[in-house]
Design a protein. Structure first.
Length: 191
């Protein structure tokens, strides 16, 4: 991966900026890894294509020991990555705002399913109960959410929307094109 140091510094500056704007103080024991570390490692997970956090944890333990000398337990590592989701949403919003300012001639709109579980187990699932709904893509029925994206001809993300699984792509297309804003249709608040 190229530009690791620049990416880490960029993420660190954004996290500090977000913390300044929010003005939150963290109470309790200090984490072994910082928010920037967790976000950076989640980006590495995405870039290298690891399917699970366990594979990322084993990779960091094996190959990045000199960079992360004191690694927390797997449970704390997993909780730390989950806790930084709010920062991912805010950073994505900032980056899409910057991309939209450039202006583009061509746009591509597509959606992808974000399944919570197989459709046949939806009545047993407790995660996202009341938020996720059944939906269908070209291949199969699923139970969960849909991720809708608009990208420009340079493959830069211009707009994002997460909706429930039953939302039709054409209805979301109209709102994404008109507003071009990042929004989440989850009932949980960001902070």
């Amino acid at each position: 991966m190229e530009n690791l140091v620049e990416t880490y510094c960029f993420v660190d500056n954004l996290v500090k900026l977000i913390d300044e704007k929010i003005g939150r103080r963290i109470v309790g024991r200090k984490s072994v890894l910082s928010k920037t570390d967790y976000i950076f490692l989640a980006l590495i997970k995405q870039k290298l294509g690891f399917k699970t956090t366990k594979l990322l944890y084993d990779f960091v333990k094996e190959y990045m020991q000199k960079d992360f000398t004191s690694l927390p337990s797997y449970q704390q590592f997993n909780d730390g990555i989950k806790a930084t989701f709010k920062y991912f949403v805010i950073i994505t919003w900032i980056l899409t705002k910057q991309t939209r300012k450039k202006g583009a001639k061509y746009h591509i709109i597509d959606s992808s399913p974000l399944p919570v579980c197989n459709n046949q187990y939806r009545y047993l699932a407790k995660v996202f109960k009341g938020l996720a709904t059944p939906g269908k893509n070209l291949n199969v029925w699923f139970w969960g959410f849909k991720l809708h994206l608009i990208i420009n001809h340079n493959m830069e993300i211009e707009s994002i929307k997460i909706s429930d699984g039953s939302t039709r792509d054409t209805t979301v297309k109209d709102t994404l094109v008109q507003k071009k804003e990042v929004s989440l249709l989850m009932k949980a608040s960001l902070f």
